[in-house]
Design a protein around this ligand. Structure first.
Ligand SMILES: C[S@@+](CC[C@H](N)C(=O)[O-])C[C@H]1O[C@@H](n2cnc3c(N)ncnc32)[C@H](O)[C@@H]1O
Ligand SMILES: [Zn+2]
Length: 281
């Protein structure tokens, strides 16, 4: 079966999770198009993804970056993160989980996390960068890949058990709309030592100081039952992905690596929480 047909079949099986980004109506699949009752039509791309975003993607993340990210992540830079997230998702429940990764980039996080789960799942990844979704559809089968803006996403309200938001921007109103009442959001944010070996080479000393306190504070205004899991380790960089490590982040754009990096520091907080529900007075 061609990639486009596989993608159409997968969307058809899960069409109740989608809604029209224009009128919020229900969607159906006709051949290789997704159509709402008001006839807003979105065609699947040959490469096996669907584009719901009518504007052109921002240019801050490109194909070279996503391909580099793919190779580095596949070599294991975030394996411990994936393992921890899979454990957290498994600990919540054992039913099939509808999982949506918002700002999924080239899709390796979603692929590796869903692969490790002890529960079945339906995995969907969305990103505003077409090059990210193209890369995701190229490498990862069995998951649905969508170009869309997380501010106005093409998914039905209240259908997702797990939202992933890894090193990406967020829109918490939209997140809460998408989450099932018992659903969880897992947001991954950098801590002060994250990628310090890269930042030391490209930033002035005073720019290198980073705290995630504001991000955390903003998050707490929207969610409750919050747990924070800190993950710190150093990853030994295989020589054949050293260049990829340099190109996987926009931090280094236009700059040359001055010194080879042997070990790279991963320093992250995984925040897991539920949406605040309106309580009866
Ligand atoms: C640092 S990258 C992280 C990508 C991926 N989660 C990872 O860790 O490899 C940030 C991602 O957020 C995406 N992004 C930024 N604004 C977005 C928006 N409004 N809607 C969807 N994705 C967005 C970017 O295109 C980019 O892929
Ligand atoms: Zn519509």
């Amino acid at each position: 079966m061609k990639k486009i047909e596989q993608a159409a079949q997968l969307i058809d099986q899960n069409k109740s999770l989608f809604c029209c980004p224009i009128c919020k109506g229900k969607m159906r699949v006709e051949k290789t198009s997704v159509i709402c009752n008001s006839y807003h039509q979105f065609d699947l791309a040959k490469k096996g993804y669907i584009n719901f975003y009518s504007k052109s993607s921002p240019k801050d993340y490109d194909k070279k970056l996503f391909e580099a990210r793919y190779r580095v992540i596949q070599r294991g830079m975030y394996d411990k993160l994936h393992q921890k997230i899979a454990e957290l998702i498994d600990a919540i429940d054992h039913r099939t989980a509808n999982i949506l990764d918002l700002g999924c980039g080239e899709g390796s996080h979603l692929q590796k996390i869903t692969q490790q789960l002890n529960r079945s799942s339906i995995g969907m990844g969305m990103d505003i960068a077409k090059d990210g979704i193209l890369t995701a559809a190229k490498y990862h089968q069995g998951l649905t890949w969508t170009v869309a803006d997380l501010v106005q996403s093409p998914y039905q309200s209240g259908q997702f058990d797990i939202l992933l938001n890894i090193l990406s921007p967020a829109n918490y109103q939209e997140f809460k709309r998408l989450m099932h009442t018992t659903g969880h959001v897992l947001k991954v944010i950098p801590r002060s030592a994250y990628l310090q070996e890269i930042r030391e080479q490209v930033m002035e000393e005073e720019q290198q100081v980073y705290t995630n306190a504001d991000v955390l504070e903003h998050f707490k205004q929207h969610f409750e039952n919050l747990e924070i899991h800190t993950l710190q380790y150093q990853w030994r960089v295989p020589a054949d992905v050293l260049d990829d490590l340099w190109y996987m982040t926009p931090l280094t754009w236009g700059k040359e690596m001055e010194q080879p990096i042997e070990r790279i520091t991963i320093d992250l907080d995984i925040i897991i929480a539920q949406k605040k529900l309106h309580k009866a007075v």
